[in-house]
Design a protein around this ligand. Sequence first.
Ligand SMILES: NC(=O)c1ccc[n+]([C@@H]2O[C@H](COP(=O)([O-])OP(=O)(O)OC[C@H]3O[C@@H](n4cnc5c(N)ncnc54)[C@H](OP(=O)(O)O)[C@@H]3O)[C@@H](O)[C@H]2O)c1
Length: 344
Amino acid sequence: MGRAVIRALQEDPRFDLEIVKARRDKQRSFSDVAITTSKDEVISLGLDCVVVTPSAAAVFKGLDDDVIDLLESGTNVVATAAYHNPWMQNWASGGRASARRLLEACKAGAATLHGTGVHPSYMVERLVLTMCQSLDSVSHIRFVEAANFQGAPGDMWGGLGAMGFGVDIDEIGPQHPVAAGGDLYYGDVIGNVARELFDADPAEVRVERSYRGIPAEQDVVIGNETIRRGTAGAVHLVHRGYLGDHHFFTNEECWYLRDAVTFRGDDLPFGGFTTSASYTIEITGEPANLRSQLEFQPTLKGRDAITNGSVRAVLAAIPAVCAAEPGILVDDSAPSYRLISADD
Ligand SMILES: NC(=O)c1ccc[n+]([C@@H]2O[C@H](COP(=O)([O-])OP(=O)(O)OC[C@H]3O[C@@H](n4cnc5c(N)ncnc54)[C@H](OP(=O)(O)O)[C@@H]3O)[C@@H](O)[C@H]2O)c1
């Protein structure tokens, strides 16, 4: 994400990329832009906005402190890790800055914070909730994201083994760290849906999760890792959102290694996907159910579509975040309209 955001900012005439903060000295050479490892140097520049794209694990290693320092200094922040709905509570909340604390930092620095990406943000909060606007009422949304991890960087999310790939099926369950980490993303999505569809407070929302492995159909060697037949060649992470007894949202992540087993979800209404990043949407409502599927079909080599879509979401958000009142900005799918004149 970091690399892709840098490239996109450099190519976009709306933005001046002033500096990149790398975590380690050895990363200094990766781009033709000023690079520092010092947070203070970034803060001293008085930038309009900082884009934050650290690993998900960074939320336990000082990410909130960094974001608070930026906000208090008056720097707006767009993040891809976390902040999609800081009011949603989860197991990690006790060790993290509260929404109230983040809000204080925004107020102190007159700055704005926003979390975005393909999912959370673009897929459900924008696309699916826009689809819901064609219905009188919605009782349930099923959203299925399927992605082939075979070409992912070897160290992504701690590596394939850390995600559960190649692990005994019996050892994969809802307490798996990757499944728990999903709460920080998909729990926030559920909170956003609850607010928009049912005007529900985050405190009213209950989130449950499950995680299971799908057996590899054959042995596969990927990088330094061997995925043995019968061990997990795909994983299925499901987050369910409830308001009381009402199960209103199901988020499914189907992460697979194509050569081991292709798993894009159970009982999909259409199927026929051919690519590595696909989505299924099933909305149950009145006066109709609404179903759709979409997939990214690559046209440029070396550009991961999900990463690219997240970069587009980041760039789209920057002007809005810079123009916003101080505070925490969340997506709004309400239709917006513009006046056109005779010259348009
Ligand atoms: N909402 C969405 O749709 C969406 C989409 C894509 C990605 N994301 C999120 O965006 C983030 C970046 O994704 P990615 O694919 O680029 O992940 P990645 O490949 O794992 O890269 C993460 C980067 O974060 C750095 N990092 C690790 N710990 C850090 C810390 N404590 N403080 C600051 N930086 C730290 C890593 O540096 P080292 O190399 O030095 O370890 C690495 O360069 C992830 O949190 C991901 O979940 C969200």
